[in-house]
Ligand binder design. Structure first.
Ligand SMILES: Nc1ncnc2c1ncn2[C@@H]1O[C@H](COP(=O)(O)OP(=O)(O)O)[C@@H](O)[C@H]1O
Ligand SMILES: [Mg+2]
Length: 357
């Protein structure tokens, strides 16, 4: 297995209007041996560019990519053992030509193991891979194409697998299934992998560690719990976790946070009065309570995966989204009294966006 180290990688492009685009901006990252790392971030933040650099399909303007301890450039393509699975299922177009220039020469000695692996993959996924593998792509459905691409990559005993939103074109049901299959396959055939996805559930299911990117930089890397419980800044807090976190503008007074409509939560005595602070609260951390802040229910939407209702409440010009137990009596138009679980509130410097409590 393989460790990939990116050191201060920069990649610029020139767009159609001649403007320079900083696709990757001084980015450093280590993908540990056998780790599945999920890359997430808004469209255009540089995820695909990063994968292409790691695959050796593109070169950084500056910085270095190490493959184990060796600079990528010094490793011949056929020794890298990199597989890529893209949105549309086909392995890289360069795959075939690589094969012809000897990509598998070194692996040939183990070629006899491939049928057994395919059999095992069929067993784990419950899909007759042998039959699928001999069909041409146009004879396969979208879901089958993706599975064949994954199976083929795993059967070849590669060192590094790169995935670029491989299941995003599948419908939700099939996507959920494919994701679980891939998790089981990765348990059986551990391999270092970088996995780009839009889907947070997918990232959490598949990855050991998650990386949130923005504008070609890493905002935060960590486990699901670290990102969810301790987002380092407003960007991560807004991007990660669903349903989305609520944010309230406010300031510090007398060692407490005060918002526009409620407040008084003890907070950072060391900060001067008047310091602007944004409070973030996930919808799960509200409850109804006597003496809480009064608001009027605006909408109630079932949130089945959590067996809760997502209840939106208007409260003096602010809108709160709360995930309440399904049995709670909160019809539209009702006045409800809401409390925040203070220990689960996040506080951010309103100017820098950085977490401060
Ligand atoms: N070959 C290219 N030429 C010009 N601009 C590019 C090229 N590839 C990527 N970009 C730009 O770099 C940025 C990052 O793109 P990309 O890595 O595809 O983002 P993502 O995969 O996160 O959506 C975008 O602004 C994109 O327009
Ligand atoms: Mg992309």
């Amino acid at each position: 297995m393989t460790t990939i180290t990116l050191q201060n990688i920069t990649r610029r492009f020139t767009d159609d209007s001649g403007q320079s685009v900083q696709a990757i901006d001084d980015l450093s990252l280590r993908v540990r041996e056998g780790e599945v790392l999920a890359l997430m971030g808004p469209s255009g933040c540089g995820k695909t560019t990063l994968l292409r650099l790691v695959a050796g399909l593109d070169q950084p303007d500056s910085g270095e990519i190490l493959y184990d301890q060796t600079p990528m450039a010094e490793r011949p393509m056929e020794e890298r053992g990199i597989g890529m699975v893209f949105q549309h299922g086909a392995l890289m177009p360069h795959w075939e030509s690589e094969r012809t220039i000897g990509f598998f020469l070194r692996l040939r000695q183990r070629e006899h193991e491939v049928p057994e692996r395919v059999r095992r993959i069929s067993q784990i996924t419950g899909i007759g891979m042998e039959a699928l593998m001999t069909r041409r792509p146009n004879q396969l459905s979208g879901g089958e194409r993706q599975r064949v691409a994954v199976a083929r990559a795993l059967a070849r005993d590669l060192k590094l697998l790169l995935f670029d939103e491989p299941f995003s074109n599948l419908d939700a049901h099939l996507r959920g299934q494919a994701r679980l299959e891939l998790r089981r396959l990765l348990n059986e055939f551990p391999i270092t992998a970088l996995y780009v996805t839009h889907d947070q559930d997918e990232a959490v299911t598949l990855a050991d560690r998650l990386v949130i990117m923005n504008h070609g930089r890493i905002e935060q890397a960590g486990s699901y719990r670290q990102l969810y419980d301790s987002p380092v800044n407003l960007f991560v807090a807004k991007f990660f976790g669903h349903p989305a976190m609520n944010f309230f503008e406010g300031e510090v007074r007398d060692g407490a946070w005060h918002g526009e409509n409620f407040g008084g939560y003890p907070f950072r005595r060391d900060l001067p009065d008047g310091t602007p602070v944004t409070m973030g609260v996930r919808p799960q951390y509200f409850h109804l309570c006597d003496g809480g802040v009064a608001g009027v229910v605006d909408s109630v939407v079932p949130y089945l995966s959590e067996r809760r209702n997502l209840v939106t409440v208007w409260l003096g010009g602010e809108r709160w989204a709360m995930a309440l137990p399904m049995g709670a009596d909160t019809p539209r138009g009702a006045t409800v009294y809401c409390c925040i679980e203070r220990e689960f509130a996040h506080f951010f410097d309103a100017e820098t966006g950085l977490r401060i409590g």
